[in-house]
Design a protein around this ligand. Structure first.
Ligand code: PLP
Length: 735
């Protein structure tokens, strides 16, 4: 199903706070001092939207993540349950003193009631929510993996109807002897029907249904045109009307249930289902930015407010003000609400402080070898590249291979923020990672994806490159509609259908399951300004233009066109296509130090590579160091061991003084052979180097600097390779 687009659930997040306040109202009866009927309306009817709302949020986010991979699904369920169980256990422990005070362990306490409470009712009145949501999710998970989502919903609805008979409509169950017996048994087992079996599933499923059917709508890119905005506003109105209508009906239902004394308990109403449907859709239609703080605040207030009720009552007793702070129900409610929010905010800032101390802090990230990613430089490069792009040509940011070693989704996320909405990756896995991290816009896979993964292409809204006509047939035969770009080989001899096969190319636009969004080719010598290379490139461009003209003359729209990558733009910016696929230039470097380009542009390198000095030692003249002793000191001297090696992406070709690094602003030679995890530097003439100092492999240190181009040249490669091969152990720090 749809991958996370984490940006626009602010409506839900805000309502969580309102819901938490309603829960407090439910437990403090704010209007009781004034009007018992109004209080009944507020606490026994209106506030009944809160728990279903929380269930729906869970269903909406959990069920949409269910995929076809069974192991992944089970792993997800497990993680979900563990997370909630921890929270539940913590809540149980916090409230044990309250239990003791309230006499929980004296009257009628037995192992049986304890188990019943832990599994269904909660050990304090509000804690039933946790086992409820866990059990409900398990049931929905089971139903969804066995049945269609609609059938699963119907079963959940049936459970809810049974639940209603044990709750608001108990009078009906009592009207029949057999039914009454059944419900006696149910109450013996669970005490009530307000639990994870009868109450939770229908709302969890409802959330899941909304997620399943809302995919296309909510998956749409953020930029809306006027028509879409109008349509969205109309939707909001429609949902608001639906909510008001059914909310009114639900209130009426609640009053009737009360009037005719139908209920045993009144937490479940039939009309809360349509009412919640419209409320949830309304909240989703707001597309406000998600707010994690509000989300956590909501749940914390839920957990902590009973404690605050006790504290307010206790404070009333101590100060002798009970008649005011408890006696006036509205003041009581407001004090409890304020205290609950203050306590929750306090817990959150304390937790943040703790996690900052324990999680991988800066010093851990810089413990050994790390890359500093300068996002301001990235932004500068984006601006510079956009400046030199032809009018109307948009940047497609190439973030394959972890954005050339800079961190794939992190870079893409930042580019999203800078307004870039087209991305290219090399593989399916890279594309999925971007979607899972909430990257918006088009994500084009430049490489081949086996057709067996077609569902993932569709589910994650990835655009696949069609490499030739046979591949087009295979993809289309899968009967899953996907977006594609057609690739033409204009003389590189790599991926793409040959420019000479016009008929085959034309046929690739006619497959019903392939939604062609673009056509492109790749230039293989645009980085060279040698005469034959220029001729070859111009030839490629005219071949591409010719193919496009032929397609158009056949009435085929080739859609968006793109040809140039970084060097294509820098050397041929007279060519104007819809996109330019920019990789290496985004990261602020060229492939080689000696490369000249026609367009003048000021790029700033985004990445610096650093590592710690982990040991400093003296070497006597004639002593050899490193594997096979390839370096022998020709006089008494000193060496430093640096914690970065070829497993981190420092090629072994840099051994034997071919390259250097910077220590305390001085260039020092890398000697001996580069090892897997370390390398050795000659620091004979330096007195002030100590364990823990920082060595710069790429970047600036005081007045000295080493560029990625220089280092790449020293190991006979280009920066593209050097950077994209930085190892996983190199932590990344974004500034
Ligand atoms: C990697 C790649 C690019 C990016 O090239 P740069 O030279 O890094 O800008 C563009 N197009 C295709 C097809 C690629 O594979």
């Amino acid at each position: 199903m749809r991958a996370g687009n984490e940006q626009k659930y602010g409506g839900l997040d805000s309502f969580r706070v309102i819901a938490a306040i309603l829960v407090i109202a439910n437990h403090t009866s704010p209007l009781l001092s004034y009007d018992a009927f109004a209080d009944f309306m507020l606490t026994r009817i209106v506030s009944r939207v809160t728990v279903p709302f929380f269930f729906m949020c869970t269903g909406y986010f959990f069920l949409q993540k269910l995929g076809t991979d069974k192991n992944k699904n089970i792993e997800m369920l497990k993680q979900f349950l563990i997370k909630l169980a921890k929270l539940y256990m913590l809540s149980i422990l916090i409230y044990i003193p309250v239990n003791i005070y309230a006499g929980y362990f004296t009257e009628q306490f037995s192992i049986y009631t304890l188990v019943q409470d832990i599994l269904f009712n909660g050990t304090l009145y509000h804690l039933w929510y946790f086992p409820g949501v866990m059990l409900g999710v398990c049931i929905c998970y089971f139903l969804c993996t066995k049945l269609s989502i609609r059938a699963a919903f119907l079963i959940a609805l049936l459970l809810y109807i049974i639940g209603l008979l044990g709750d608001s409509y108990y009078a009906f169950a009592q009207s029949n002897l057999y039914l009454e017996r059944i419900f006696q048994a149910i109450f013996f087992l669970f005490d009530s029907t307000r639990n994870g079996i009868f109450f939770a599933p229908v709302f969890i499923m409802l959330g899941g249904l909304i997620a399943a059917y809302g995919q296309h709508v909510q998956g749409k890119p953020v930029q809306r045109n006027r028509v879409q905005t109008k349509r969205a506003q109309r939707k909001t109105k429609w949902y608001a009307c639906g909510f008001i209508f059914f909310f009114g009906l639900m209130v009426t239902e609640g009053l009737l249930v009360k009037e005719f004394h139908l209920s045993r308990h009144n937490s479940m109403y039939l009309l809360s289902i349509p009412c919640m449907y419209f409320l949830f859709q309304l909240l989703l239609s707001f597309t406000i930015k998600s707010n994690k703080y509000l989300r956590n605040l909501g749940i914390l207030v839920y957990v902590l407010h009973p404690m605050c009720i006790i504290i307010v009552r206790g404070a009333g007793k101590v100060t002798g003000l009970t008649s005011v702070v408890v006696g006036n129900s509205l003041i009581h409610f407001m004090l409890v609400t304020m205290l609950s929010f203050a306590a929750s905010a306090f817990v959150m800032s304390a937790a943040k402080g703790i996690s900052r101390k324990t999680s991988s802090s800066e010093s851990d990230d810089r413990g050994r070898a790390w890359a500093e990613i300068n996002l301001a430089h990235l932004q500068h490069n984006v601006k510079e590249i956009q400046r030199v792009l032809p009018n109307g040509c948009n940047m497609m940011a190439v973030v394959k291979a972890q954005a050339y070693g800079h961190g794939g989704w992190q870079i893409a996320e930042h580019l999203n923020r800078l307004g870039i909405n087209h991305f290219a990756v090399a593989t399916l896995g890279e594309g999925i990672e971007l979607r899972k991290k909430g990257i918006k816009g088009e994500v084009l896979i430049l490489g081949y994806t086996h057709e067996s993964a077609i569902h993932q292409l569709a589910a994650y809204r990835l655009t696949q490159t069609v490499v030739d006509v046979d591949y087009a047939k295979k993809l289309s035969a899968c009967s899953v509609k996907i977006n594609v770009h057609i690739k033409i080989d204009t003389g590189m001899g790599r991926l793409g259908e040959s420019y000479e096969h016009i008929e085959e190319i034309a046929s690739m636009y006619r497959f019903s399951n392939l939604n062609v969004k673009g056509t492109f080719t790749h230039l293989n010598a645009a980085d060279s300004l040698e005469e034959p290379d220029i001729a070859h490139t111009k030839n490629q461009i005219s071949r591409f233009d010719h193919v496009i003209a032929q397609l158009r003359s056949k009435g085929i729209d080739p859609q968006k066109l793109h040809v140039q990558s970084s060097y294509g733009v820098l050397n041929y910016n007279e060519c104007n296509y819809d996109y330019a696929r920019i990789g290496i230039a985004l990261y602020g470097v060229l492939s080689r130090e000696e490369d000249k380009v026609k367009t003048s542009i000021s790029l700033r390198p985004v990445l610096s590579l650093k590592a710690r000095v982990v040991q400093v030692k003296q070497v006597k003249k004639g002593v050899s160091v490193g594997y096979r002793g390839t370096y022998t000191a020709d006089k008494d001297g000193k060496i430093a061991i640096i914690a970065i090696g070829y497993a981190d992406g420092m090629p072994r070709l840099l051994s034997e003084a071919k390259a250097s690094c910077l220590i305390k602003g001085k260039r020092r030679a890398i000697i001996g052979s580069v090892c897997m995890d370390q390398l050795i530097v000659d620091i004979s003439d330096m007195d002030d180097v100590a364990q823990g100092d920082i060595a710069t492999l790429i970047g600036v240190d005081q007045d000295e600097s080493i560029s990625a181009e220089e280092l790449a040249g020293q190991c006979n490669t280009i920066t593209n390779e050097l950077l994209s091969r930085l190892g996983e152990r190199v932590t990344k720090i974004y500034k």
